[in-house]
Ligand binder design. Structure first.
Ligand code: GDP
Length: 297
C-alpha cells in the first residue's frame, strides 16, 4: 500500500535514534535531514515538508526528557503528532442536513480519479447509516459512466436517477432533487463529468449545477497515484468551485502517498475518506491519527 517505502525509511531513522543513549543536537539534525528526504521521496509537497521539519525541529530542540521518554522516543512522538496535524488532526464527517431534509452532495474530479466508483461506495456507507440515497448520473459525455453508475447502484441496493445523455447536467440535478422529494430520498449524490485535465467547460458545468440547485457539500475525488498533480488539481478545483472535503482514492496502490499527506496542508480542505481498493466496500473513513500510526509502522 501507499507509504510502505516511507514507513521503511522512517523506521530506519527511528532505529538509529533508539540505538543511541543520549542524543546530541547533531543526531537530531541528522535524523531530521533523513526524515525530510523520506518525505520528499514520498512526493510530499516541498513547502509542506519544509514547514513540517521546521515544526518538528522547534519542538524537539531544547526539550528536556519528559514523561519517561528518552530523547529518541520523544522525537518519534513529535513526528507522529505532527504527521497527524499535517493530515488534519481530527476526523471530518460529511455534513448532512438536519432531520429528514435532503442533503445534496456533488462529486467532482478528473476523469479516472474514481468518482463514479466512490459515489457508489459512499452511497453504501450512508445506506448503512439509515439514509435513503439517490445517485444521479450527471456525466452525460460518457454513456459508459451512466451504465457504470447503474450497475454499481444496483450492487449497493441504491436507486440511480438518469435522464440519458441528452440533457444539461444542471437540469438533470434539478429533476433528480424533485424526484427525491417525491420518493422520500434524503440524500442526493450527483456524479458529475470529469475531464482528463482541468478545463473551463468542466468548471462551468459544475458552477452551473451549483447555481441551479442547492449543493450542500462539494466533494472532490483525487487519485493518490498522481501524487502532487492531484494536490494541484485539488487547489484549482477549490479556487474555482469551492470544495468542502476530499476523498483520496487508490491509496491501496503502489503509490508514494504524498497526495494524502499534502492535500490538507496545501488546500486547507480535510480528507473525508480514502479509497483502498476497487471493491465497493473498499472505502475507509479517514482518521489522521490512525494514518499517522500506520505510516510510522
Ligand atoms: P471516474 O472517471 O472518476 O468516474 O473513475 P471511475 O470510478 O470509473 O474509476 C476509475 C478506475 O479506478 C476504475 O477502474 C476503478 O475501479 C478504479 N478505482 C477507483 N477507486 C479505487 C481505489 O480506491 N483503489 C483502486 N485500486 N482502484 C480504484
Amino acid at each position: 500500500m501507499a507509504f510502505d517505502s516511507l514507513t521503511e525509511k522512517l523506521q530506519n531513522v527511528f532505529k538509529n535514534l533508539r540505538s543511541k543513549g543520549r542524543l546530541t543536537e547533531a543526531d537530531v539534525q541528522e535524523a531530521l535531514k533523513e526524515i525530510k528526504r523520506a518525505l520528499l521521496a514520498a512526493d510530499v509537497n516541498f513547502k509542506v515538508v519544509k514547514d513540517f521539519i521546521k515544526t518538528v525541529q522547534e519542538r524537539a530542540v531544547g526539550q528536556d526528557v519528559m514523561n519517561g521518554l528518552n530523547p529518541g522516543q520523544m522525537v518519534i512522538k513529535i513526528v507522529n503528532e505532527e504527521l497527524c496535524n499535517l493530515m488534519g488532526s481530527e476526523t471530518t464527517e460529511i455534513k448532512l442536513q438536519p432531520g429528514s431534509a435532503i442533503t445534496v452532495i456533488m462529486m467532482a474530479g478528473l476523469q479516472g480519479a474514481g468518482k463514479t466508483t466512490t459515489t457508489a461506495k459512499l452511497a453504501g456507507k450512508f445506506k448503512l447509516k439509515g439514509k435513503k440515497p439517490l445517485l444521479v448520473a450527471c456525466d452525460v459525455y460518457r454513456p459508459a459512466a451512466i451504465k457504470q453508475l447503474q450497475i454499481n447502484g444496483e450492487k449497493q441496493g441504491v436507486e440511480v436517477f438518469t435522464m440519458g445523455d441528452n440533457h444539461k447536467p444542471a437540469n438533470i440535478a434539478k429533476a433528480a432533487i424533485e424526484h427525491a422529494q417525491k420518493n422520500g430520498n434524503n440524500l442526493v449524490i450527483l456524479d458529475t463529468a470529469g475531464r482528463l485535465h482541468i478545463d473551463e467547460d468542466m468548471m462551468a458545468e459544475l458552477e452551473e449545477i451549483k447555481n441551479t440547485v442547492t449543493v450542500h457539500q462539494t466533494i472532490l475525488v483525487i487519485d493518490a497515484m498522481t501524487g502532487q498533480d492531484a494536490v494541484n488539481v485539488a487547489k484549482e478545483f477549490d479556487e474555482k468551485i469551492g470544495v468542502d472535503g476530499v476523498i483520496v482514492t487508490k491509496l491501496d496502490g503502489d503509490t508514494r502517498g504524498g497526495a494524502a499527506l499534502s492535500v490538507k496542508a496545501v488546500t486547507g480542505k480535510p480528507i473525508l475518506y480514502v479509497g483502498m481498493g476497487e471493491k465497493l466496500s473498499d472505502l475507509e473513513q479517514f482518521y489522521p491519527d490512525r494514518m499517522a500510526n500506520r505510516i510510522l509502522g
